[in-house]
Design a protein around this ligand. Structure first.
Ligand code: G3D
Ligand code: MG
Length: 180
C-alpha cells in the first residue's frame, strides 16, 4: 500500500488587477479558460487536492489545497489583509508580461502577506505568456526579482494552459518540503 500523508494548506494568489489570477485558478481547477469571467468581488475560495512526492520519506503527500483569489485593489489589500492572508502557507505571485509595472508591484504584495504570515514560500508566475509579441517583461526581469526573494519563477498562460499546473505543483512541493 502506498504511504500517503495528508496536509491541509492555504495558498493565496497575489498581484495587480487583471494579471490573470482568477483565470489561472479556473484553469487549474477545471482545466478551462473562460473569457467571460465574472470579476471577483472580495475573495473567492476554491479547493483542489494535489499529490506531491514526500520530500522526507518514500511515498507521497496529498495536499488539500485551499486557494484564495483576492481582488487586485490595494485599498482592499490594506483593509482585508489579515483575513485574506492569515494562515497562508504559500504565495503565487502573478504578473502580466504585457505590463511592466505589474512585476515590481509584487514586492509590495509579498511584503503585505509576509507581515501577516511571516516568511513563506513564493512561486512567481509571469502570466499571459501567449502574448509574447506584446511582452514588456523579459525572463531576465522576472529572474532578477525572483532571485531577490530566493524564489522560482515560471512563464504561464491561463489561456493555453501552459505551465499552470506546474506552477501550483511547484508551490505545493515547496510547502511540503518546508513542513517535512
Ligand atoms: P485578475 O483575477 O488577476 O484580476 P483575470 O485577472 O483572471 O480576471 O484576467 C484579466 C484579463 O486577462 C481577462 O481578460 C482574461 O481573459 C485575461 N487573461 C488572463 N490570463 C490570460 C492569459 O494567460 N493570456 C491572455 N491572453 N489573457 C489572459 P478580459 O478581456 O476579459 O478582461
Ligand atoms: Mg480576479
Amino acid at each position: 500500500m502506498v504511504d500517503r500523508q495528508k496536509m491541509k494548506v492555504k495558498v493565496c494568489l497575489v498581484g495587480e488587477g487583471a494579471v490573470g489570477k482568477t483565470c489561472l485558478i479556473r484553469r487549474f481547477i477545471h482545466d478551462q479558460f473562460d473569457d467571460r469571467y465574472i470579476s471577483t468581488l472580495g475573495a473567492k475560495v476554491s479547493k483542489k487536492e494535489v499529490v506531491v512526492l514526500n520530500p522526507r520519506a518514500d511515498g507521497e503527500i496529498s495536499l488539500d489545497m485551499t486557494i484564495w483569489d483576492i481582488m487586485g485593489e490595494k485599498g482592499f489589500r490594506e483593509l482585508l489583509k489579515e483575513a485574506y492572508f492569515h494562515g497562508a502557507q504559500g504565495i503565487l505571485a502573478v504578473c502580466d508580461i504585457t505590463r511592466k509595472e505589474t512585476l515590481m508591484e509584487l514586492n509590495d504584495w509579498i511584503a503585505a502577506v509576509d507581515r501577516v504570515t511571516g516568511n513563506i514560500p513564493v512561486q512567481f508566475l509571469a502570466n499571459k505568456a501567449d502574448l509574447r509579441d506584446q511582452a514588456k517583461i523579459t525572463p531576465g526581469d522576472v529572474k532578477a526579482l525572483a532571485d531577490t526573494h530566493k524564489s522560482p519563477f515560471l512563464f504561464t498562460s491561463a489561456k493555453t494552459g501552459d505551465n499552470v499546473e506546474a506552477g501550483f505543483l511547484r508551490l505545493a512541493e515547496m510547502i511540503a518540503a518546508r513542513a517535512a
